[in-house]
Every structure is written in C-alpha cells, then in structure tokens.
Design a protein around this ligand. Structure first.
Ligand code: ZN
Length: 687
C-alpha cells in the first residue's frame, strides 16, 4: 500500500498570507465567494460539517464545466457501494432510519427523537454504523424500544423492507447489529493475535478465515512477476460449496446496478474530454468496470498517471485499502477536481527538484531510487467529493498505489487547496492554539507561518515522501500487513518533516526564512503526542493509520529527545505541554527515524515494523488522555470535520443543448444526504 490521505494538522492553522493565497482571494471575489460565505453547516456528536467553496469554477470553459458535471454524477452514484462495503447491514439500517426520519408523524421534540436524529447524522458521516475514523460501532443514545416503536408507527408502504419481509423480520435482523455492543463492534479489527478477517465487520469477507484468505491469495502470487496486479483489489471473498471464491465488483457482478450508472456518466464525460489522452483514460476505466480485469485497471492507472496536462482531473473507483484489515480490498471513492494554476507553482518547484531530495535524504543508499520517475505534483480545487472522500475528505492524495506503476511510471500527487482553506476558515479564533501551545513564541510562529508550512508539509509528504525510496528485490509491501499503512504514512511524514528544515527550501523560495519550519515541527509533535487524542474515546486505542503514524513519530522523538532536552513533555499549572528546545537536533531525530522506517519497508521487516507501531503508535496514556479531553471539551470544538458538496445544475436551451453549468452552495447536510439517498441509491439492501 502506498498512497495517502492526510488531514489533520490543518485543524490548527490561522492565516498567514502567501502570494498564492492572495491570488486565490481575487479568484474567490470573481466567483462571488466573499466574507459572507458560511463555512459551518452543522454540528453534532463529535462532528462539525463544513462547506467548501470552488473558486475558479465559473471561469472554466463550457466543456470543462460539462465534464465536471458528468464526473460529479459518476462520483455520487458510487455512494451505496461504499456503504455496503463497510458492512452488509448498512444499507438496510440507513434506509429504515431514513424511512422513519421522513415519515414519522409523532412527537419530534423529545430527547430520544433528537438522539435518533443525531444517530442518523452520525451514520451518514461514517457511511455506515461504524465511526469513520475510530472504527468502533456508533452506539445509539436512544433505546431499542423507542426505535422499534418508531419503525412500527410508520406506514410500511413507506418503508424499505426487503421483498416479502415485514417490519418484524427486518428488525430481528438489524436490532442486534445496531444495539448490541458485542455484535460487529469494529469495522476493521487490527488486534494482533486475533483472526482479523473474522472479527472485522467490513463486507470484504464472509464466512472465511484469515488463514483461508492468505492461502487463497498466496496461491495466486508469482514472486518473479515484476509487474503484479493488485490481487484482491476489487472483490469480496466468500465460500461457495465449501470453496473459497471471489465475487468481483463489476458490471454484471457484485454492485452491478450502481456500476452501470457510473459507467453511463463516464461515457458522457468521455464524450466531452479535454483531449484524446483523457478520453482514452476514461474509456479504459469503463472497460475495467465492465470486465473487472485488474490488468485493465493497471492500464487505466498508467494512462491516468501519465495525463499531466488536462486541466480537469478525477479519481473514480476502488482505490484505497485502509479499511481492509488485510490491506488488499479497496474502498470505492471519487473526487473531481481542476488545477489551481497559481498555487501549483509551489509543487512544480518541488517536483522539479525531486531527484535532489532523493539523493540527499538520510536513508541508506541501497534503499534510494537511482532515478525518481515523473513525480507530478499540483495543487487542485476539489469540485465534488464522493464515496470514501465524502463527507470526510483527505487534503492530499498520491496515486496510483501499485508499486510497480510508481516505479516505472511515477505517481500523481495533489494538495487540495479549497478544502484546506475551509478547515482554516472554520477554525479561526476557536482558542485551540492558545490552550495547548507552550508560549507566545509558538503561537506567533504558528500565526505567521502555520498555513504556509502546513501546506508545504502536505506537498512534501505527497509528492516526495510517498514517491521516495525503493523496495529491495523480492520484497512485497503487503508483508507488513496492517502495519503497512501506518508505516507508509510515517515514512512520508518523516520525509516531509526532515526536509522542511533544509536550507534548500529557503534557497528554492518555498520558505521565507530559516525560522518558518519550526511552526510545523511544533504543531506536528503537539498533535501527535497530545492533541490528536481528542479524537480517541476514553479507554480506546489509536486505530486510524494516520493517527498511529503521528503518534509513532511524536512519541519516538520525545523518548529519544528527552535525555538531552531536545524535545520534552512538561507540566505547568497542572497542564501538560510539548516543549521543543533544540530544533536542529529534533531534525536529526526525524532523519534517524526516517532511515529506520525506510529500512523496514525496503527489507519488509515485519517484526521491526510491528514493534515500532505497537510501541509508539497504538496505546494511549489514560491520564494524559483525560487531561487533554477535559481541556478540549472546554473549547467546544468538534474534533472531526465533514463536508457538504456544492450542487451543480445543467442549463440547456430549448433544443436540449447544454449552454452552462451552474454551481450553488445552499444545500444543508440533512437535505443533501436525503437527496443522495433518493437520487443515487439503486443497490439491493444486501449484496
Ligand atoms: Zn500519505
């Protein structure tokens, strides 16, 4: 696995102004996005829902707008695939809850009704009944009796009970899944020593053991194959007549009805593609959806990654494997975007110097790429988020994931500026930094350099970090199993952290002075060692790959740096703080850890990788955790953010010819989710 999703340090930034940002402001003014734009949409449980602007959309050509429209429809059609992938009862539960929500005629002012409404908002956010980040089942704060009463009070004709199934049968099936904390408690279980296939609630496997899955795929692999397909990427593993088998996600296979719709929109998009290369890319994706052939998926990925000139770009398909305990099965996701020209100057400089960064990194020469291939990097404006990019979304993406394609054809890396902007705008003045930063100098640095260094960290992580280094011959990435994702993120983050402090960045004009990087160093460690714990419930471990990675790095450097007082945890007035005393030496520590993590990856050293993650990335100090939660609670900030999408509409003349595409931002979270469920929901309840 190798790619990335990243999204966290941005929770802390304010607004330093760079030239790129000023250009963007002008662009936003041209698009009618002014100071009255409302970034905050909704808040419930541990979630805040934001809205993102799409500066530049109105200036696109008609053809580009039209293509974004069709691709955005394709992006929304895959929503239910993701729901079903997350758990095989998700679609039934969502549709029953929505049926109640839209048709219940009784009292809607009671506390229990409000809790029911919150639950529905939570599962919308998670695309299922398990928390999108923590992996735990979301426990309703209303009673089972109340829920049964609601379901039975609604006209059955308005409820989505499966053919021939009455309310009682449906309830019998879903009640334990919703209310019993011991039934399917975790979407993805990573606990060492357990059968991570059997104990995970994801719908990637059914009726098979971890051993059976391992045997099944090991039998397919050829160690001599230099360009292997991504085995198991697009299928569910089950047993038929006692024999382990795959149900492939394709036209005519599993998820047929949704894929048919996706293909329909892709065909329209291909017809208005910007150039032949892009048209061919979309057509290859269509062929892949029709056949499910993983070789065709690789063909598509190569075409996609080598298209570096199209202004409009997109991701659509079974891409990231974070939610599979075995690290093979990909969740469905989509994002449609276009290039942000001004801001992309930054990433262009970075990618033009990619070989210099590779050559000068602190890792062993045996693990370095002799020739860094085509790291294409750009800053983009997201136009629509779908599947696993919605409502929670990454702020940077690096694809494709197949190692051999990255080796032979390079990778495409993006930083998503308008999402970062929305995070920053929404966090202005919330008191977070004042509460957790050690002194005025950290605060001032963060205010002055925070936005810039945070974006730069994302750029470096995406366009250099993930693309750097190589595996020794014969080593495959999946030997690291569930530790592969957090270690890969660790590697990319360390590469970025190490180079943020390099004089080369000032020389290249990416940073204004040799002081700026300290803003990101401090924020990074404060987050990894302390404040990200606001996203973990009391008594739980850290589960999510990026959170594990940030904890791993931060705690490791604090452990190594405490003896010399390079970086320490200190208590003042009963409050814990991170204090950095020597930024130069801190950089050396990042370099040392980078060298070791690269070695682990290059050699496929499972035991060392496991030890690093389990020692530094998983466990939580309960006392520190309680303190951080208390301090955070007083600020009344939701630790997780999701987004609503803008709404696009085709404008046609009397002859049906498209004359424009409009964008609007006035849809709220509830209406958007309900509309998506009406408009883009064609899968059967269970798949
Ligand atoms: Zn990453």
């Amino acid at each position: 696995m190798k790619k990335l999703i990243y999204m966290l340090t941005t929770l802390f930034l304010l607004g330093a102004c760079t030239n790129g940002k000023q250009a963007e402001s002008q662009q936003m003014a041209d698009d009618g996005i002014d100071s009255t734009f409302e970034y905050k949409v909704d808040q419930f449980a541990d979630i805040e829902i934001l809205r993102y602007p799409v500066p530049g959309f109105n200036s696109l050509s008609l053809g580009q707008k039209e293509m974004i429209y069709y691709l955005s429809q394709a992006a929304l059609e895959g929503r239910d695939i993701l729901w079903d992938q997350h758990n095989r009862y998700n679609l039934t539960i969502r549709r029953v809850c929505e049926g109640v929500y839209e048709n219940y005629m009784g009292d809607k002012s009671s506390e229990e009704w409000k809790q029911f409404e919150t639950y529905l908002k939570q599962i919308w956010m998670a695309n299922g009944i398990h928390h999108h980040y923590a992996e735990d089942k979301i426990m309703p704060q209303f009673s089972q009796d109340f829920f049964v009463k609601l379901v039975k009070s609604v006209d059955p004709g308005r409820m989505p009970f499966r053919d021939g199934m009455a309310a009682d049968e449906t309830l019998e099936e879903i009640l334990p899944v919703i209310f019993d904390p011991t039934v399917m408690p975790k979407r993805m279980n990573q606990t060492p020593g357990t059968d991570i296939v059997k104990t995970s609630a994801v719908n990637f496997y059914e009726g098979v053991t971890q051993q059976e899955v391992e045997d099944f795929y090991n039998a397919m692999k050829d160690p001599a194959d230099n360009t292997p397909v991504s085995y198991g990427l697009n299928s569910k593993v089950t047993k038929v007549d006692g024999k382990v088998t795959e149900q492939v996600w394709k036209l005519g296979g599993m998820y047929d009805k949704a894929i048919e719709r996706i293909v329909g929109w892709l065909e329209k998009a291909a017809a208005v593609a910007e150039n032949d290369h892009q048209k061919q890319t979309i057509q290859t994706l269509i062929t892949y959806y029709k056949t499910g052939d993983l070789k065709t998926f690789d063909d598509y990925s190569v075409q996609w990654v080598t298209d570096t000139t199209s202004h409009v770009d997109f991701i659509n398909g079974f891409i990231e494997n974070y939610t599979d305990p075995m690290g093979m099965k990909a969740s469905w996701e989509s994002m449609v975007n276009f290039k942000s020209i001004e801001a992309s100057k930054r990433t262009t400089i970075i990618s033009e110097n990619a070989q210099w960064f590779e050559d000068n990194s602190p890792v062993d020469d045996r693990f370095k790429k002799e020739e860094v291939k085509g790291v294409s990097a750009k800053v983009i404006t997201a136009a629509i988020l779908g599947g696993d990019c919605y409502p929670a979304t990454p702020i940077g993406i690096n694809l494709p994931n197949a190692d051999w394609i990255r080796r032979d054809h390079g990778s495409k890396s993006v930083t998503i500026d308008n999402i970062t902007l929305a995070y920053a705008k929404a966090s202005e003045g919330n008191g977070f930094k004042e509460e957790f930063m050690w002194s005025d100098s950290e605060l001032e640095r963060s205010t002055k350099y925070g936005t810039l260094t945070d974006n730069l960290h994302t750029d470096l992580h995406e366009c250099l970090g993930h693309g750097s280094g190589k595996l020794l011959p014969g080593v495959s990435t999946d030997v690291l199993q569930a530790y592969g994702s957090p270690l890969e993120e660790t590697r990319a983050d360390l590469f970025a952290l190490y180079y943020l402090a390099d004089p080369k960045l000032v020389e290249l004009g990416l940073l204004p002075d040799s002081e700026a990087y300290k803003a990101e160093y401090y924020t990074y460690i404060m987050n990894g060692a302390m404040t990200q714990l606001t996203r973990v419930q009391p008594g739980k471990n850290i589960e999510q790959a990026h959170m594990r990675n940030r904890a791993l790095i931060s705690r490791w450097v604090i452990e190594q740096g405490t003896a010399d007082s390079v970086v320490v945890m200190t208590v003042r007035d009963n409050k814990t703080y991170v204090v950095v005393n020597d930024y130069d030496k801190l950089r050396n520590l990042f370099g040392q850890l980078l060298a070791e993590v690269q070695r682990i990856k290059s050699e496929g050293d499972f035991e060392a990788g496991k030890k690093l993650v389990e020692t530094y990335g998983v466990k939580v100090d309960p006392q520190l955790h309680a303190e951080v939660l208390t301090r955070y609670e007083a600020l009344n900030i939701a630790p997780y953010k999701g987004f609503v999408n803008p709404v696009y509409k085709l404008v046609t003349d009397e002859g049906g010819k498209v004359t424009d595409v409009t964008i609007s931002y006035d849809e709220n979270y509830v209406n958007q989710q309900l509309r998506y469920s009406r408009q883009y929901s064609v899968l059967p309840l269970k798949n």
